[in-house]
Each structure stands twice: as structure tokens, then as C-alpha cells.
Design a protein around this ligand. Structure first.
Ligand code: NTF
Length: 801
């Protein structure tokens, strides 16, 4: 059905009419979207079936990536591109007078994630399939993804998101693969044939129904699977109050927790975690069984990766399965489990380290709790033998201590590999965060610097840049992104640099159109687009960016001879609904934006825009239009960052601290192609040990700082007088935990260097080019190949197909 335009059009028209019951002329864009989506999914299904069969019959090792978040965004164009049918569809649509862009707009973003961790999982799925690697995702089919953000009077307001309202064309419900997950109840043991056997009695069961989505590899016939579990009432409930039971059951896959850095101490969250893990392991084993290989060899054929600690119950669950359901002894089950499971740590922020009170854990998951107790007992015994008498150390390392289960400790003990997500992050894990574990398990620790899929973040979202690159160095970079390095040849080619600048200009125009349509604010596409888009968090320091803007405002007002290249500061960020400080910063950005944009003297030079509802589909318009990429976290706090890579790949220059993957960007592009500033991670960690620094002195002695901070509380903004008091206090009264004032001066200086650098256009585009050329390393294909070789030990099946 995709062999010629004519054939495609005929099939498409038929399909629209059959599905909608209307004539094609009367059909709506939504009818057309539905028909196209169905056709594409069916088209992918042929390879989906053959990929699955091939995996099964070859007995090849497969990896399952367990993640509580998958931030997929839209899939239509992405799938068209990967299936290699984008052109035929685009041309046919033009012939039919339909706009593919308009049709794409009808697809809701699948926002089953908060930020970096969830988007990384989505990029990894794309790379696995595109490299022909046997790897699948397992997650939860949340009815409501991340909330929709509205800005009302400068404040964030959250609305429930409803991506499934019109159905989701990419999913297939697989009721025959549903499994039952037990919660609550209690454990009884009996002796059977000389063996202790455990029975989970009076459990409340929830049915987990899988919805499968095809994960299409780039033009390679591989189609892997993303399996998302939906929670539904069991056909055999034991509950008396059926309605209550139904409500409670469905709530398990109702909402994504809208917070990526706080340990949500909610019982429902723990339920979600076990639900995901138990359903996934049952289905992994079921599919393994089809190969008729003994479970003794499980780890030779299956790798299970846990994305942060949220799915860490995979460890006790696999043990439980092997021991209780398959009759293995502890030692053998332990060996199979640890050899199967690997773990990635995504943050060192202590507030994100998951701990569950025993009083919640034990009654909800009685059998799993017994197993965790046994893991802990054995681990503590081993520690006792190694460090006799060192109670303090053992208490610090225990999995269960102070009435809590420490999920990170369970992950470290029960897996064979623990990786950080950027070099500096992995070093911090080894040396500062988990040194005791590093001493015991030095070989488990390794680094896998994050990456992004260049297919979505360059090829799909910036087609003009992609074509320019391909014209210059051929399209080999699509299969081998490290080939982007060939662009280095064009550093002194002024014609090429000119074309590069033209592409950026067009992308900026496009973004301006979008922004103006939404906000009515006119923007200058020739100004420098300086962009910070990411979750709103104190450590990411959007506040530093705003304080600098306030400072520029003051300079322009104070000194009539002050002039800078016009700059448009763009922000996009969601704050967790309960995060008071973050929400105040959003209000501050909007307040400053209003003040700046409405002042004719100031808005000649600077404008400030806060983009509502930042999400994957909006990000795809933003990155191609950026000149400056703001990556200004307090050093040591951002594990990696991946937005930094998306900006770089689209030719923006990083303005950043030496934190996370910024350090590796710096190493690759060199000092002259990045703007760095501020304290180093070592400085921050040293100062923190000394109890911080004296923020008050910076307030007192730096008049620029004093002026902007006073403006927060002296009625300058004509808001409620105490509107920004909490922000003022965080900096002065609470001693500036994130070193905003400490880095302020250095940030002002580097911002003025950016201003200078932009004046020399030729040099600027050269920097931009070097950034693109060096970005191949940050393709998630490189990252995934490293996971495949060094952790999972899986191989591509492309030679077999
Ligand atoms: C995030 N962690 C980190 O904060 C980012 O630096 C990193 O790029 C991404 O993970 C992906 O590795 C989280 O979202 C979490 F949940 F761990 F806090």
C-alpha cells in the first residue's frame, strides 16, 4: 500500500471512508489522522511480527528496559521517517490538498514522563530498534500523562492531561497476555516434600493488561515492542465493595507522578512500582518459556535493566518467582537474578533517593518484604565478615535500617552493573555518594554518558539543517552520527557558514510565528535567541538567568549609552504542582517578562518569553531555533542533562557550568566553542562541606546583586509586596543553597562575552558548526551500543534478517 503515490492515495481514501463512514470529501482531519495512523501501524506490523519471530527462533539475548516513565511525544512523523515512507505520504497528501503538518498536530503528545529520565528512555527505544538490537520497553499506561500547564496571571495552573481522549492509534490491547498481580493479604508457609513453601493468602488481585506499541527502527525492518501495562479489576475480586475495589484498582495506572526529584511517599506510588515490575517479569518469563530453555540459563538470554530505582523491586520479584514458583534454592536464584539485572542511577540529589517505611511496604507486599529482609540479612552478614565490628559502616550500608527500605542500596546489592549518566556524575557516585559500596563492589560501577536520538532531534525536527548537512557530507551521518565530524572541513567555508546561518534564521522565524500566534507578542528573529527549557528546579537555576535579565534591565535604564545586541530570552518549564519555590520562580519570570516587554526603552534590546506547556512537540520547534543554550545548574547537581545535547546538535552554543555532560561537551568542542562560568563541582562540594558560603556578604558588597534582590521585595514590580519574599529569603536568609549569588558575577561576565562573540558573525557560525560536527558522540546510538556491549551483552540481529 506504500509502493506508489497512486496506490497509497487509493488505499488512504478507501480507508478514511471505511473507518469514518463518511465520503472522503466530508471527512475531517481527525478521520484522516485515524486512517493514516492505522495504515502506518499495519504497515509496521509486518516487520513487527517477523522481528518477534526472529528473536524467538534464534534464541538471541534480549534486553527489557523497565522504566516508570517513557516520554514519547508524538509518533506519526517519527514512524513515517523510520519506515522510510515519509516522502510518499507527504507527496500524496500534497496531491490530495492535505497538510501533513496539520494532521500531525492532531496527535496528542504521549507525555508519560516528567523530564530527562523519561525522555532518555524514549531515545533509548529508538536507538535500540535503529541499531537492530533486541530490546524492549516496559512501562505503565497512565491514563493521564504529565499535567497540562496554563499560565494565568503569571502563575502556573495545572490541568489534567488526556492523551487517550481520542484513542491512541499506535497501541494494541493484548487481553490474552493479561496477568494478575497480588497485593496485601498475608503469607503462610507449609512444608512440602521437605521444602518450605510460601502461600500468599487473602491477596487483593489487580489485572495488568498489556498495550503494545511498535518501536520502529530506522529503515532496518526491526520493530521492537514497548509494552505499557494498564490496571484493571480482576475477574475474581475478593472485595465486598466492588465499586470501591474498581476505583482503587484503576487508580494504579491513572496518573503519572508529576515530580522527578522528590521521593513521593505515597502508597499508590509503591503499588505502581510493584505493578510494573511484577507484570513485566511475568510476561518476560512467559515469552522466555516459548524458547524451551531452562530458567537456569535465564541470564544468558535475558537482561533486565532498571531505569533508576523505581523498578528496583524487579530484584526481589525475580527471586520470588524463581524460588516460590520454580523451586530454585536461594543461592542459585540469587545468582541468576543478579546476573540478569543492571541499574542506572540518574541523580545524586538526596531528596530523590527512594526510601519506603516498613509500615507501608510490609503490609502491601508481604512476600516481597520477606525476601528483601533475607537479602538484607545475608548482605549484612557478608559485611560483618569483611568489616568485623564496624557497626557504623554496616548500618550505613544496610538495605533495611531505621524502619525504612532503601531502594538504592537494594539496587546496588542485587544487580551486576551500576552506571552513572555522565563521567563527572559517575565519579561523584564513586567518590562521594556511594564510596562504601564502591569499596565493596568496585567492578560494578561504570559510566554511560547519556545521548539523544539524532533521528528525532535533528533529522525530524530540523529537516533544513539535516539537508544542508547531507548535501555537504552525504547522508551517511544518519546511520553513523559520528560522521558529523566531517563537517569540520567546512569551518572556513564562508558560503557554508552563511547557509548555516540562513537555516537558523528560518527556524527562528518559524518559532516566532508560533509564539506570536500564541501570545500576541512580536519578536525580533534577528536577535540572539537565548533559551532555557527544562523542568523548573532550584538546582537548575532558572533564577540566576532571571536575576541577570533584571540586571540587564537596570543597566539599560541606568546608562543611556549602554547597548547590546538584541536578545530574546526564552523559558519553558513545568514546576511540580507542590513545589512552592519553583512556582514562585515561574511567576517571577512572567513578571519580569511583562516589565521588560512593556518598556519601550528596554524592549529594544531585550525581550522575555515564557512558553506555556513545554513538552516534547514544542521542544522540537525550540531547539532548531536556539542560538544560546542555557545549562547553568549548580555544578555537581545535574547528573548529565540531555537538553544540552539537543541544543548542540542544532547548532546552539552552550553557556554553562562545568556540570554533567557539559563537561564532555567542553572536552569535545574546546574552550573557544563553549562559554563556561562559575564554581566547579569540587568547589561546590568543598564549600558545602564547610557549611556553605556567606551569601549575605555578596548581597551587601555587590551593588548589582543588591539592586536586583531589593527589587524583589520593594514593590518595584507592583505585585503584592511579599510576592517574591520566599525567593529573596532563599538567597539571603537561607544562605543560597544553590550558589546563585556566588556565581552571579561570573555569569554576568560570560553573558557579556556571548554578546561580544555574536558581533563577529563569521566566528559565531564557525562555533555553531563545530558544535554540530562534534555532536555525533552524543547520539544515543553511541550510548546504547555501549550498554549493549558492556552491560547487557546483546548483539544486533541485523545480520540474521
Ligand atoms: C535526570 N534525573 C537528571 O536530573 C538529568 O541530569 C539526566 O540527564 C536525566 O536524568 C537522564 O539521565 C531524573 O530525572 C531523576 F528522576 F532521577 F531525578
Amino acid at each position: 500500500m506504500f509502493s506508489s503515490n497512486e496506490q497509497f492515495k487509493q488505499e488512504f481514501i478507501d480507508r478514511v471512508e471505511r473507518m469514518s463512514g463518511k465520503s472522503f470529501a466530508d471527512s475531517s482531519e481527525r478521520d484522516q489522522y485515524q486512517a493514516l495512523g492505522n495504515m502506518v501501524r499495519e504497515f509496521a506490523s509486518q516487520n513487527w511480527i517477523s522481528t518477534n519471530e526472529q528473536y524467538r527462533y534464534s534464541g538471541t539475548k534480549q534486553v527489557y528496559y523497565l522504566s516508570i516513565e517513557f516520554l514519547l511525544g508524538r509518533l506519526l512523523k517519527h514512524n513515517l521517517l523510520n519506515l522510510g515512507i515519509e516522502k510518499i505520504v507527504e507527496e500524496s497528501f500534497t496531491e490530495l490538498g492535505i497538510s501533513l503538518d496539520a494532521i500531525e498536530e492532531l496527535e496528542a503528545d504521549a507525555a508519560l514522563g516528567n523530564g530527562g529520565l523519561g525522555r532518555l528512555a524514549a531515545c533509548f527505544l529508538d536507538s535500540l530498534a535503529s541499531l537492530g538490537l533486541p530490546g524492549h520497553g516496559c512501562g505503565i499506561r497512565y491514563k493521564h500523562g504529565l499535567f497540562e500547564q496554563k499560565i494565568v496571571n503569571g502563575y502556573q495552573v495545572e490541568l489534567p492531561e488526556h492523551w487517550l481522549r481520542n484513542g491512541h492509534v499506535w497501541e494494541v490491547r493484548k487481553l490474552d497476555h493479561a496477568v494478575e498481580i497480588p497485593f496485601w493479604g498475608h503469607i503462610e508457609s507449609t512444608m512440602e516434600n521437605g521444602r518450605l513453601v510460601f502461600h500468599h493468602v487473602n491477596a487483593e488481585r489487580i489485572t495488568a493488561v498489556p498495550y503494545d506499541m511498535p518501536v520502529v527502527g530506522y529503515k532496518n525492518k526491526t520493530v521492537n515492542t514497548l509494552r505499557l501495562w494498564n490496571a484493571e479489576p480482576s475477574a475474581y475480586p475478593i472485595h465486598k465493595d466492588i465499586l470501591k475495589y474498581k476505583r482503587e484498582t484503576e487508580s494504579v495506572s491513572e496518573f503519572l507522578y508529576p515530580d522527578d526529584t522528590h521521593d513521593e511517599g505515597k502508597i499508590l506510588r509503591l503499588k505502581q512500582q510493584y505493578f510494573l515490575v511484577s507484570a513485566s517479569i511475568r510476561s518476560i518469563v512467559r515469552s522466555y518459556r516459548k524458547q524451551h530453555i531452562s530458567l537456569q540459563h535465564f541470564h544468558e538470554h535475558v537482561s533486565i535493566h532498571i531505569n533508576d530505582t523505581h523498578p528496583v523491586l524487579a530484584i526481589p520479584e525475580l527471586l520470588r518467582f524463581l524460588i516460590d514458583e520454580e523451586g530454585y534454592g536461594w543461592d542459585e536464584a540469587w545468582e541468576i537474578t543478579t546476573k540478569t539485572i543492571s541499574y542506572t542511577n540518574h541523580t545524586t540529589l538526596s531528596e530523590a533517593l527512594e526510601r519506603w517505611p516498613i509500615r507501608i511496604f510490609q503490609p502491601l507486599l508481604p512476600r516481597i518484604y520477606l525476601i528483601v529482609e533475607e537479602i538484607n540479612r545475608r548482605f549484612c552478614n557478608e559485611l560483618w565478615e569483611r568489616y568485623p565490628g564496624d557497626w557504623k559502616r554496616i548500618e550505613n550500608m544496610a538495605i533495611i535500617a531505621n524502619e525504612e527500605v532503601k531502594m538504592a542500596h537494594l539496587a546496588l546489592v542485587g544487580s551486576h552493573s551500576v552506571n552513572g549518566v555522565a563521567q563527572i556524575h559517575t565519579e561523584i557516585l564513586k567518590q562521594r555518594e556511594m564510596p562504601l559500596f564502591y569499596e565493596v563492589f568496585p567492578n560494578k560501577f561504570n559510566n554511560k554518558t547519556n545521548g539523544i536520538t539524532h533521528r528525532r532531534w535533528l533529522l525530524k525536527s530540523n529537516p533544513q539543517l539535516a539537508s544542508l548537512i547531507s548535501e555537504a557530507i552525504s547522508d551517511e551521518w544518519i546511520a553513523k552520527p559520528e560522521k558529523l565530524e566531517l563537517l569540520m572541513e567546512y569551518q572556513d567555508d564562508s558560503l557554508f557558514l552563511e547557509q548555516l546561518s540562513k537555516v537558523k534564521e528560518r527556524n527562528k522565524h518559524k518559532l516566532v510565528e508560533t509564539i506570536t500566534a500564541k501570545t500576541g507578542i512580536a519578536l525580533d528573529p534577528t536577535s540572539i535567541f537565548d533559551i532555557q527549557v527544562k523542568r523548573l528546579h532550584a538546582y537548575k537555576r532558572q533564577l540566576l538567568n532571571v536575576l541577570h535579565i533584571m540586571h540587564l534591565y537596570n543597566r539599560i535604564k541606568e546608562d543611556s549609552s549602554f547597548s547590546i545586541t538584541p536578545r530574546t530570552f526564552i523559558f519553558g518549564a513545568k514546576a511540580s504542582p507542590g513545589y512552592y519555590f519553583a512556582k514562585k520562580v515561574i511567576k517571577l519570570i512572567n513578571t519580569v517578562a511583562k516589565k521588560v516587554n512593556e518598556d519601550s526603552e528596554v524592549s529594544k534590546y531585550i525581550r522575555v518569553i515564557f512558553l506555556e506547556n513545554y513538552r516534547v512537540s514544542l521542544a522540537e520547534e525550540i531547539f532548531p531555533a536556539a542560538d544560546v543554550s542555557e545549562q547553568i545548574s549548580t555544578a555537581s547537581k545535574e547528573a548529565s542533562g540531555t537538553g544540552n545535547m539537543k541544543f548542540m546538535m542544532n547548532g546552539a552554543i552552550t553557556l554553562g557550568t562545568m556540570d554533567g555532560a557539559n563537561v564532555e561537551i567542553f572536552e569535545r568542542v574546546g574552550n573557544e566553542n563553549i562559554f563556561t562560568f562559575g564554581l566547579s563541582a569540587d568547589d561546590v562540594l568543598r564549600l558545602q562541606k564547610q557549611g556553605g558560603y556567606r551569601a549575605m556578604e555578596y548581597y551587601q558588597h555587590d551593588r548589582r546583586i543588591r539592586k536586583v534582590l531589593d527589587q524583589l521585595v520593594n514593590g518595584f514590580f507592583s505585585e503584592e509586596q511579599n510576592e517574591f519574599e520566599a525567593i529573596f529569603d532563599s538567597l539571603v536568609a537561607h544562605n543560597d543553597q544553590y550558589f546563585v549569588l556566588r556565581d552571579f558575577s561570573s555569569y554576568v561576565d560570560v553573558q557579556s562575552k556571548v554578546n561580544e562573540a555574536y558581533r563577529n558573525q563569521n566566528e559565531w557560525w564557525k562555533k555553531s558548526l563545530v558544535n554540530i560536527a562534534k555532536s555525533g558522540h552524543f547520539s544515543s546510538d553511541r550510548t546504547i551500543q555501549q550498554y549493549a556491549n558492556e552491560i547487557w551483552r546483546i548483539r544486533s540481529n541485523s545480520n540474521v534478517l
